[in-house]
Design a protein around this ligand. Structure first.
Ligand SMILES: Cc1cc2nc3c(=O)[nH]c(=O)nc-3n(C[C@H](O)[C@H](O)[C@H](O)COP(=O)(O)OP(=O)(O)OC[C@H]3O[C@@H](n4cnc5c(N)ncnc54)[C@H](O)[C@@H]3O)c2cc1C
Length: 377
């Protein structure tokens, strides 16, 4: 492997006069002689911009792209590596089984074009931090002169047998029939289960409350039990929110069992711990458990999440950042993903020479709970 002072054959000279990274698509554009100042991503002084590779196509990645463009202008050139064509507004997917319109989808190519970023429909694979090369799953090598930001999300997995595990990509298909069975009076006892602490906080409550509302609206008889490791409802949002949600659950007739975890030894049977309490229901709906992306070339902590510091920098790395559900931050929430992305973007902009003072990330959790009636904030 060539070292830093030993440019690989055919390598181009980077902005600092040192070796640049191996060839990438956007670097071809630089070499083709296009005037950098004429396009987003060109440097004001005519020098080559910092190359920033952002992997992901959702909240973390898009917020980082927005913030970078705002903070660093054309000092940076952003390449977005995203395997999907669209950004899906996931919070609204919970309404789909209740015959609401599908969650909105936005073409990534259009968003990227607005932000002056290049989008490539490829998956990030692994990183060679020493050589500053991001490798795609398809075997391409993308050099990053400056920085790499990973916003790959978490990988949901089914951790309980005999349950419907929510998959927001096909939630209507999964739950529409169940809601119809509730309306028709075929399902009278329903359990909603959070499998562990590392999951999304809101959707389980939203699904339980919206189902209760639908049963009420159709005069269907339904008992709902919500089982969660949280001590109080939506504890992560603070006491005030917990109190408000407790009242909502109570008003909707939903029984919550907190500080609990479950086993499902057979269909329709739950074993609730501590206490090994048994509960029999007609159907069980669970959130998925989440795993991190466990990236080759980077450290990872338990379950594959990426360890990050207060400025969203990956632990032990000077030029690699991560944001959102992929990180080891315990709360998996879009607002947190955006705040981490903002912190990372500020550090990246400062490194690119923009007059920005990076601020550490101060997590603030806000949410809007869909209830089937008026949303609660
Ligand atoms: C049903 C549901 C409801 C929710 N409701 C709310 C809510 O009301 N409020 C809230 O704040 N949060 C909510 N959340 C949580 C929120 O959606 C997530 O916390 C947020 O989307 C995390 O953003 P992210 O960018 O880290 O990851 P994700 O949104 O998971 O996006 C990851 C992106 O990375 C891409 N990707 C994956 N692998 C690769 C790869 N190898 N290379 C390149 N790209 C890759 C994916 O295609 C995707 O575009 C909800 C989640 C769900 C499932």
């Amino acid at each position: 492997m060539p070292g830093r002072s030993d440019p690989p054959r055919g390598a181009h000279t980077g902005p600092s006069g040192g070796p640049s990274r191996p060839q990438v698509g956007h670097r071809d554009r630089v070499l083709s002689g296009q005037a950098l100042g004429d396009q987003p991503g060109g440097c004001e002084d005519g020098g080559a911009p910092f190359e920033v590779v952002i992997a992901g196509g959702s909240v973390g990645a898009l917020e980082a792209t927005l913030a970078l463009r705002e903070l660093a202008g054309n000092r940076v050139r952003v390449t977005l590596l995203a395997p999907r064509e669209e950004f899906v507004y996931r919070p609204m997917t919970v309404r789909e089984p209740f015959s609401f319109p599908t969650a909105r989808r936005y073409p990534l190519a259009e968003i990227a074009a607005d932000l002056g970023a290049e989008v490539r429909r490829e998956s990030f694979g692994w990183v060679d931090a020493e050589e500053r090369v991001a490798h795609t799953d398809a075997g391409e090598a993308l050099g990053y002169d400056a920085l790499l930001l990973l916003a790959l999300g978490a990988r949901p997995y089914v951790s309980l047998a005999h349950v419907v595990t929510v998959d927001d990509r096909r939630i209507d298909e999964q739950l529409h029939g169940l809601i119809q069975d509730v309306e028709g009076g075929y399902v009278k006892r329903l359990a909603f289960v959070a499998p562990g602490p590392a999951t999304w906080p809101l959707p389980l409550y939203e699904l339980a409350l919206m189902t209760a509302q639908r049963a009420y609206d159709t005069s269907a008889e339904l008992e709902i039990t919500l089982i969660t490791p949280e001590e109080r409802p939506l504890a992560v949002f603070g006491l005030g929110a917990s109190h408000a949600v407790s009242k909502l659950l109570e008003a909707a007739g939903i029984q919550m069992i907190g500080s609990a975890h479950v086993q499902v030894p057979e269909s329709r049977h739950l074993l609730i711990h501590p206490g090994s309490r048994r509960l029999e229901v007609d159907r069980i709906v669970a959130l998925p458990a989440l795993l991190g992306p466990a990236i080759r070339g980077l450290p990872s902590v338990a379950h594959g999440f990426i360890p990050t510091g207060p400025d969203a920098r990956v632990r032990g790395q000077d030029r690699i950042f991560a944001a959102g559900d992929a990180t080891d931050f315990p709360v998996k929430h879009g607002g947190i993903a955006a705040q981490q992305a903002d912190a990372a973007a500020a550090s990246i902009a400062a490194l690119a020479g923009a007059p920005v003072t990076p601020e550490p990330f101060h997590p603030t959790i806000r949410g809007m709970l869909l209830t089937g009636g008026r949303p609660v904030t």
